[in-house]
Design a protein around this ligand. Sequence first.
Ligand code: GDP
Length: 457
Amino acid sequence: METIAAISTPLGYGGIGIIRISGKDAFNVVEKIFKPKNEKNKEIKGYNMKYGNIFDSKGKNIDEVLVTYFVSPKSFTTENMCEINSHGGPIIVKRILELCLNNGARLAEPGEFTKIAFMNGRIDLTQAEAIIDMINSKTRKEQDASMKQLEGELSREINEIRDLIMQKMVDIEASIDYPEYDIEEVSKENLRQMLIEVEDRLKTLHNSFENGKMIKDGIKMAIIGKPNAGKSSLLNAILKEERAIVTELEGTTRDIIEEFVVIEGIPVKVVDTAGIRNETKDKIEEIGIKKAKEMAKNADLVIYMLDSTKELDEEDNEILKTIEQKKAIIILNKQDLQPVISPKTEELIRINKPIIQMSALKREGIESLYSKIAEMFNLGEIEIDDSITVTNERHKEIIKNVLENTQESIATIDNNLPVDITTVSIKQMLDGLGEITGTTASEDIINDIFKKFCLGK
Ligand code: GDP
């Protein structure tokens, strides 16, 4: 294995920057560029830190640093590792990285440190995925769920289920392979019992994803309405609201900036924030119904903003019709002026959606909007308790497939077919579960997962 290096802290201005090096030559690379202050102490011990300076090939002093040593196998990757803590400026960390690369290391790929940890068996695939999720967490709940996964809770459950199946599989195969021995044929009832238990446990995991998805992806909310209704004012009020945390999330592969507010611990993403802000008031014909429909289509929740000082017109009625089938809240904005429409307006009663009276300008009614959202999505009830919450779409899909295999096997038995016919779907169950923890995951799947990591992790 080659020795790899990368900058592990974000490239910005801060107190400390960290350059990580892993591989059998990690200590040699560092030795070439780092001079400890205490020259006498040449010994390298794990979990030890040395203070000194980084020098370039011409002997020029580059920075004053601390180097932490991790001796294999007691490191994140299980290989020899060093972490250079330098001052945290982009020029400094880049220069030190360059020196590492000129002295025997190659640039690590995104997620490569974690991939090595996985390949070397220190963590399994669910734990590696938990690390990405931890780093990308937008809320405490999401981070809590990822931490539980990192601790191995999901893997333990999956492995226990796998062991249950494996045990029975061994018995079945023995009775098929050695019919001359009088190994008791696994009784159908016995096998069925195991499958029912597996089905039960898989169902629990599968059902937890409903909350898991909410914790991780949250709610996509679209604020629609005619120009001047007050959409940007509401958006600004939400984003500036003290208890709303705005997270600027930089995509790991694409540079997207997404804005979230957190309501009852759940991320709420405002769909097409830029669109709301960039609407130019004189291009009314470009906005209108078409845009509103498009935004509503992609949202879990539609907020329809009305200027309550204006009577409803044809366009409003058209938009109201398009949101009939959606989870939606109607806002009657500008309550500080003279409203001409109210929750008692006939067309609004007919559509039968929650109505909030608001003054976005004076920031009145925003709390009521939050409570309504929390109520509509049962947000208060979503907790990371002692049970396992599946938050990862990949895991959910596999669990769904394995659950189907399990149900097929049960049906085979109930239809009185020979026991050995179930072995095909039982083998699929084992393979499927192994894909979650990584024991049977293909290289493509593994590469796909680690591609999502940031550099230096
Ligand atoms: P958008 O086109 O839907 O994004 O609407 P804006 O948020 O840009 O608001 C249009 C105009 O209405 C601006 O002049 C706002 O200051 C004003 N406005 C928005 N909300 C209120 C409100 O609650 N009360 C009053 N009086 N004016 C408001």
